[in-house]
Design a protein around this ligand. Structure first.
Ligand SMILES: [Zn+2]
Length: 59
């Protein structure tokens, strides 16, 4: 399983000029705002994402 995750937009300024950082695995640098950030995979959700628009009240 690949741990690569490439962001499309900077989470801070929204710019697309991202490039991999040498700071570490999953680290990226934004050339627009000069911020460095890191993506981390936390794990899978236990039940997945359930949509609540199926109608009816479910408790
Ligand atoms: Zn940015």
């Amino acid at each position: 399983m690949s741990e690569r995750a490439a962001p499309f937009y900077c989470p801070y300024c929204g710019d697309e000029d991202l490039r991999p950082s040498e700071a570490g695995h999953g680290a990226w640098e934004c050339a627009a705002c000069s911020r460095a950030f890191q993506l981390k995979f936390l794990g899978l959700l236990a039940q997945g994402l359930k949509r609540s628009d199926t109608g009816g009240a479910q408790i």
